[in-house]
Design a binder for this molecule. Structure first.
Ligand SMILES: Nc1nc2c(ncn2[C@@H]2O[C@H](COP(=O)(O)OP(=O)(O)OP(=O)(O)O)[C@@H](O)[C@H]2O)c(=O)[nH]1
Ligand SMILES: [Mg+2]
Length: 313
């Protein structure tokens, strides 16, 4: 049963990464097979394919440096033998580490931030479902008071996941919703408080100011809570997602990334780029719209899916 589920998840990831595979991996494969020697031209062509994909400049250089070093160390002569080394090197780069999910076992406040439509509210619902399945007490803060429908949407997720919801009137101060939610979380001895935020306000400066204000409230009212700030990025948007992560990183201490819509036509290389450029780990990936469609990021599974050959899936 568990096997079956995993298989389903993996094949969804494989199909979501089709576009990435077509853009990057097939290009790499033709280089691995088109060259007879490992020389400067070989590396230059690899570099071009990787940068043209969404791996980004930083990740490309890091990965190629690592490849060159290993080729020397292991006295590799065949271009085709570089494929496995490259896969190994990307996996190493993407490894999330042991402490990434500590908040799940602590009294914590999770801020979910990101621009509009990336999947913040949906991710909160999925994460609430995951935590409830572990018997955690979960409170949701509907701090997106900008859109009338936002609170309703979160309410549905609260019902679905059986979490408690603290909301506010449309147009009310999001920071005051956070204030109320912190008080409720403390009074009810909740394990995790998940805060949904607006993706769009009157302007970007406004949005960033609101985030700062909410963070100040949490710092002041709940200093003992473990803090997690997740930026949600839509994996189909490629380089835009990287820029968004940078913008939010300027105003908040981002502790992780959630990459959504990996089931769609994802530009999956962006996961590698973000890690290399910002040093922020991808912690979860969204692979669909239902409550079960959130997965912890598994670097091995991701890279295997990225480099999967047709006959392997
Ligand atoms: N296919 C797919 N769709 C997703 C995923 N995550 C979210 N969505 C869909 O993306 C759309 C936007 O999701 P929301 O959760 O409302 O996004 P948001 O960031 O809260 O948007 P705003 O509140 O407007 O800022 C919805 O239709 C979701 O069902 C995913 O992993 N895969
Ligand atoms: Mg929302």
């Amino acid at each position: 049963m568990a096997e079956e589920k995993k298989g389903g998840f993996f094949s969804r990831l494989v199909s979501g990464l089709t576009k990435t595979r077509d853009n990057i991996v097939s290009g790499m494969d033709s280089i691995f097979h088109g060259f007879t020697h490992i020389d400067d031209d070989f590396y230059e062509e690899l570099e071009e394919v990787m940068i043209m994909g969404d791996l980004g400049v930083q990740a490309t250089y890091d990965i190629l440096d690592d490849l060159k070093e290993k080729v020397k160390e292991r006295h590799i002569k065949e271009p085709a033998d570089c494929r496995e080394i490259l896969i190994e090197s990307i996996k190493e780069q993407m490894d999330v580490g042991e402490t990434a999910y500590e908040f799940e076992d602590k009294t914590s406040v999770v801020m979910m931030i990101g621009v509009n439509g990336v999947g913040k509210t949906t991710t909160i619902g999925k994460l609430a479902g995951k935590l409830r399945a572990q018997n955690k007490k979960v409170v949701l803060a509907a701090a997106d008071t900008f859109r009338a429908a936002a609170g309703e949407q979160l309410k549905e997720w609260a019902n679905r996941s059986q979490a408690e919801l603290i909301g506010g009137q449309e147009g009310s101060d999001p920071a005051s919703v956070v204030f109320d939610a912190v008080a409720a979380a403390k009074a009810r001895h909740a394990d995790v408080l998940l805060c949904d935020t607006a993706g769009r306000l009157h302007n970007k400066k406004n949005l960033m100011e609101e985030l700062r204000k909410m963070n100040r409230i949490i710092d002041r009212e709940f200093p003992e809570a473990y803090r997690e700030t997740l930026v949600v990025l839509d994996a189909t948007t490629g380089q835009n997602a990287l820029q968004q992560a940078k913008d939010f990183n300027d105003v908040a201490d981002i502790t992780g990334i959630v990459l959504t819509k990996m089931d769609g036509t994802a530009k999956g290389g962006i996961a590698v780029a973000i890690q290399a450029e910002l040093g922020i780990p991808v912690k979860y990936i969204g692979v669909g719209e239902t409550i079960d469609d959130l997965q912890k990021f598994d670097a091995d599974a991701f890279v295997n899916a990225l480099f999967a050959k047709e006959d392997e899936n």
